[in-house]
Design a binder for this molecule. Structure first.
Ligand SMILES: [Zn+2]
Length: 144
């Protein structure tokens, strides 16, 4: 339900576990407790259950992505040094890769306009600083 938000949290560098559809509430509460994860959900019943377990869940009451991000970043501050340190697809840590090595793996324009690239060892996805990169910093700065 909050898949896009989850991707953005990974862009910000948060270690983000995205629950699959078949997981039930007790399972989610268990993971949150065991791994010390902050539960982020739109499910009111799950919020109530989490509070009962003394977890501090974040309730998302908006369908607008910008608002969702603001709600989360209002509660947990991203570490600027960790931005773009995770793969948005699989959550693994990304690593630097030499420009020359991505030559045939990214669009020509991207290759010409960027000098710094990262890749995910787990799923082989390649990353570079797009225009959204600046916007992310803006968003963090705006939140104080
Ligand atoms: Zn990956």
């Amino acid at each position: 339900m909050l898949g896009t938000l989850a991707k953005w949290l990974r862009i910000y560098g948060f270690d983000t576990f995205y629950a699959s559809r078949d997981m039930d509430d007790p399972e989610l509460l268990g993971i949150s407790k065991k791994d010390n994860r902050i539960l982020i959900t739109r499910d009111k019943n799950l919020i109530i259950a989490a509070r009962r377990e003394n977890l501090k869940p974040i309730e998302i009451n908006s369908t607008a992505l910008d608002e969702q991000i603001s709600i989360v970043l209002g509660d947990i501050k991203p570490d600027k040094t960790k931005i773009l340190s995770r793969c948005i697809v699989c959550n693994a840590k990304v690593e630097d890769i030499k420009k020359q090595e991505v030559k045939d793996k990214v669009p020509k324009k991207v290759f010409e306009n960027n000098d710094k690239f990262w890749f995910c060892k787990k799923c082989n996805k390649i990353y570079w600083q797009g225009s959204h990169y600046e916007k992310m910093f803006e968003k963090i700065d705006n939140l104080g």
